[in-house]
Design a protein around this ligand. Structure first.
Ligand code: FMN
Length: 192
């Protein structure tokens, strides 16, 4: 079983990354393979609304000149998907939004390719607006017939810049470990 996480933060080793690593630690303890793909800070276009994916139905986005299709193949191969983002003005980063719009469309027009996968949202924030960002990710899972994995609190972690990091949010990090355990539990049930 494999879980793919997509980091929407341009800060490669930042708070969102630390939270993902905590979830991975718990997943790996349960024997689940993990992989991280960085999209924050990379060039990834938004959906061009060309609707060629509907005509072609070839499980690809027609905009083939960026990292999207390679990432999409990894999403299809994974049993579970974690989409993670810092909160930017009470929402997710534009890079992650581009992934959601394009992956959601290509998945749906090709016969619900994400159907019955597990999905979790992971959000870091400094102060407020994290729930709105969290919802932005969960909307994708819900419309794609995926199973949403929660934890012992909403999947949020509080952290700012250097010196005010999410690693100091004890409850938030414990919550990430619990999220990993729950995701492993669900994947085991889905695959048995
Ligand atoms: C452009 C920008 C907008 C932000 N907007 C918010 C916000 O609306 N609410 C909030 O709590 N934090 C906000 N933050 C802070 C980050 O979400 C927060 O520090 C997060 O933990 C950073 O994660 P990272 O280290 O993975 O990038 C913003 C940061 C930036 C750079």
């Amino acid at each position: 079983m494999k879980v793919l996480a997509v980091n929407g933060s341009p800060r490669k080793e930042g708070n969102t990354h630390k939270m993902i690593m905590k979830v991975f630690e718990a997943l790996e303890k349960e024997g689940v393979e993990t992989e991280l793909v960085q999209v924050g800070g990379k060039i990834i276009r938004g959906c061009l609304s060309c609707y060629k994916c509907i005509e072609r139905k070839d499980r690809r986005c027609a905009t083939g000149n960026d990292m999207f299709n390679e990432l999409f193949e990894k999403m299809l191969a994974a049993d579970g998907i974690i989409l993670a983002s810092p909160t930017y003005f009470a929402d997710i980063t534009p890079e992650l939004k581009a992934v959601i719009d394009r992956a959601g469309f290509v998945s749906r027009v090709n016969g619900q390719l994400f159907r019955h996968k597990a999905g979790a949202a992971v959000i870091s924030l400094r102060r407020g607006g994290g729930i709105h960002a969290y919802d932005s990710i969960n909307h994708l899972y819900q419309i794609c017939q995926m199973f949403i994995v929660g934890s012992t609190y909403w999947n949020l972690g509080f952290g700012g810049r250097i010196g005010d990091e999410v690693s100091d949010d004890k409850e938030g990090m414990e919550n990430m470990a619990d999220l990993g355990k729950s995701m492993a539990f669900l994947l085991d049930k889905l695959n048995s």
